[in-house]
Design a protein around this ligand. Sequence first.
Ligand code: GDP
Ligand code: MN
Length: 392
Amino acid sequence: MDIHEYQAKEILKNFGVPVPRGGIAFTPEQAAFRRLELGGGRCVVKAQIHSGGRGAAGGVKLCDTDEDVRDFARHLLGTALVTKQTDAAGKRIDRLWVEEASQIERELYLGFVLDRKSERIMIVASGHGGMEIEDLAEEDPDSLIRMILDPAVGLAEYQARELAFKLGLEGAQVGQMVTVLKACYRAYRDLDAMMVEINPLVVCADGSLVALDAKMSFDTNALFRRGEIAGLRDPGQEDPRESFAADHGLAYVGLDGDIGCIINGAGLAMASMDMIHLAGGAPANFLDIGGGASPERVCQAFRTVLSDPNVSVILVNIFAGINRCDWIARGVIQAYKDIGIGVPVVVRLSGTNVEAGRKLIRDSGLPIIDADTLAAAAEAAVAARPQSIAAE
Ligand code: GDP
Ligand code: MN
């Protein structure tokens, strides 16, 4: 789960990372007032969306006057910002962060991520931070400093100092960098974060280190024990289909094709995507109903998949272990009754209570296409699409 820059800054500040003073604004008037609160001088107005690359996309601006702030705020609020990291629709801007401007001497990059290879927290840093870091990471990946942390020791003092030296910091900045690194590490560890990124971490003209940008994302599976983090969720930044699914205990990822998928288990879901492609089709989504799915949850899965107007056929593929085929079948039948399904449905059931499930479907009298194997189901789904789509 991602959060906004201002939320990440607030968290990191509480752990000891220096951040500029600032305030949040939902209207141009508020934004202008925030500038006055900060002393009425030069400020930075920043679009708050769950994406980086805002600077290059025109979502960040230095403003010197009341007029500047109001104009820029009016220009941004209520629109969608398309960045390198968003899709073509962009992300809607409903709030701005207004902070005191900093005088940048140097821009550094600092990130804490989970390195899946070593199964440890890894620090990634660079002496050349700012908006071009992604290009640098691609062109010259070896220029990035990487440091893997031992979970038993955490971030050792000597490691933090070594990193500061490698970044070319000297004097009092070394101590400041150690403070920043330790704070980020504790925030990462204590809050079940998946990523903490400060880009840029700047050396100001007066020699102080300040986090000018901050990004944090969290392990969704740990949110149950991090109520204060879960409360920072902003559904306005999520794909509405994905938020609806998450609210109903479903794992959903929207895709570009037209075959809606209702599947149990991420492995089977991925295999099904492959089979659909092999059969010449394209999935509209990835949806995992999980284990022990009740008929109600199956019905919600249909609702989620059908909320995508591109869906022209639905493939239900269940290999029931903890799940029960008869419950799945009941869910499919209930979906026909409750929602009304106007597209062909292919169902492949296998595993626990499969006979009972298939009988329910046969006896329902509904126009459900029955399939035996995963391959047959994918082929049937591709074949069941309306001619107009199949011809594309
Ligand atoms: P991002 O593009 O979404 O990563 O947004 P950032 O918060 O990183 O802002 C983009 C760029 O704006 C930064 O890399 C800085 O170069 C610049 N910027 C942000 N805040 C300030 C500031 O206070 N003063 C100056 N001079 N530049 C700033
Ligand atoms: Mn940034």
